[in-house]
Design a protein around this ligand. Structure first.
Ligand SMILES: [Zn+2]
Length: 347
């Protein structure tokens, strides 16, 4: 690679860790949302504007790197971008709430045939905003900092398009319609992800919690969702991460075989167990609880948990899911301090 461990950049370290190559120390970052009120106040870029304005999105995202010390810049701060671009409608949310869904297009099974991925989907306003934000971030941070972009995956897209009730019903009663919705998600995801790589993004993270055991039976994950993931990972040349909320223990083996470089897991999954199942197939990213730990606990307890997480063998230390907006900057920084202290204490 042409660098020594002494002058390795955050970007090189992140990429190496994601490829499970040797690193001097593991990266500390967030692959899920990083917008917190403290950073909004310090940077002058807050929600809801930072979800809709590329300059503000870039400014708030960079603040998590420059002010909190997280070793990546992550955009955007919500999961509504692709869903809105496919015809769902959202309320813009507020300074401390993400956009939330108001309406969805597939009220009945007949509606599914009317949904398709527009040829010009990357020209849709929400997507253009994120692409432009990524471009601005790269321009501002230079080439030494990794950029991560999140987008929803096949299952989450199907969920947003059909609504919770239809999603939970059709996955059992009408596999054909369910499959069509998943495929729409896959196609949209591929187009959007390719454009993100083209705008300076180093790694995409597919947020697909509606594929997880909390919502979808593992047997359906295997028969319906896994083929979509294979389709996504085989067609995307860049680095890719999969994030599924909740306890994913029962589908970890399949997740690890789906072709993602990294798997982002929540605190409900035991890291040592995950390591056993995943082996060398994917990097493990996680899994400090954003609500039980980062939002609520003192810096000392956060550091203790984070050090244990490193000891247990994570490849990238990160919050297990999106940060709660009222997480304080000090709490977030203690995650970074924990990683630094761990290497001081353990040589
Ligand atoms: Zn999550």
């Amino acid at each position: 690679m042409g660098y020594t461990m002494e002058n390795i950049t955050q970007r090189e370290r992140f990429i190496s860790a994601l490829k499970k190559e040797a690193v001097d120390k593991i990266p500390v970052c967030a692959v899920t949302q990083t917008g917190i009120v403290d950073l909004m106040e310090l940077s002058g870029a807050g929600w809801p504007e930072a979800n809709y304005d590329p300059e503000k999105m870039a400014t708030l995202a960079i603040a998590a790197n420059e002010l909190a010390g997280l070793e990546a810049v992550r955009v955007p701060f919500c999961t509504s971008v692709l869903a809105e671009s496919l015809g769902c409608s959202f309320d813009k949310g507020s300074f401390d709430t993400q956009p939330y869904q108001l309406d969805f297009p597939c009220k009945t099974k007949d509606d599914v045939k009317n949904i398709s991925v527009p040829d010009d989907i990357i020209e849709k306003p929400r997507i253009k905003t994120v692409l432009e934000a990524a471009r601005i971030v790269r321009e501002r941070v230079g080439d030494k900092t990794p950029i991560i972009a999140g987008l929803i995956g096949s299952a989450a897209t199907a969920f947003y398009l059909s609504g919770a009730t239809n999603y939970l019903m059709w996955c059992i009663t009408d596999e054909e319609k369910f499959k069509s919705l998943l495929q729409i998600g896959t196609e949209a995801c591929l187009k959007y992800a390719s454009a993100l790589y083209g705008h300076g993004v180093d790694a995409i993270v597919i947020i697909d919690s509606e594929a997880g055991p909390d919502i979808l039976p593992p047997s359906l994950f295997e028969s319906m969702v896994l083929p979509e993931y294979h389709s996504i990972t085989s067609q995307l040349n860049g680095l890719k991460i999969l994030h599924i909320c909740g306890d994913t223990s029962d589908i970890l083996d399949h997740m690890a075989s789906s072709g993602f470089n990294g798997l982002s897991i929540e605190e409900k999954v035991d890291i040592r167990y995950a390591k056993q199942i995943i082996g060398q197939r994917s990097a493990i990213i996680g899994n400090i609880s954003p609500s039980a730990t980062l939002l609520d606990k003192s810096p000392d307890i956060i550091k203790k948990e984070a050090k244990q997480c490193i000891e247990d063998g994570v490849d990238i230390i990160a919050p297990g899911c999106g940060l709660a907006p009222h997480t304080s900057l000090d709490q977030l920084k203690s995650l970074v301090y924990a990683r630094d202290e761990y290497y001081q204490e353990n040589g």
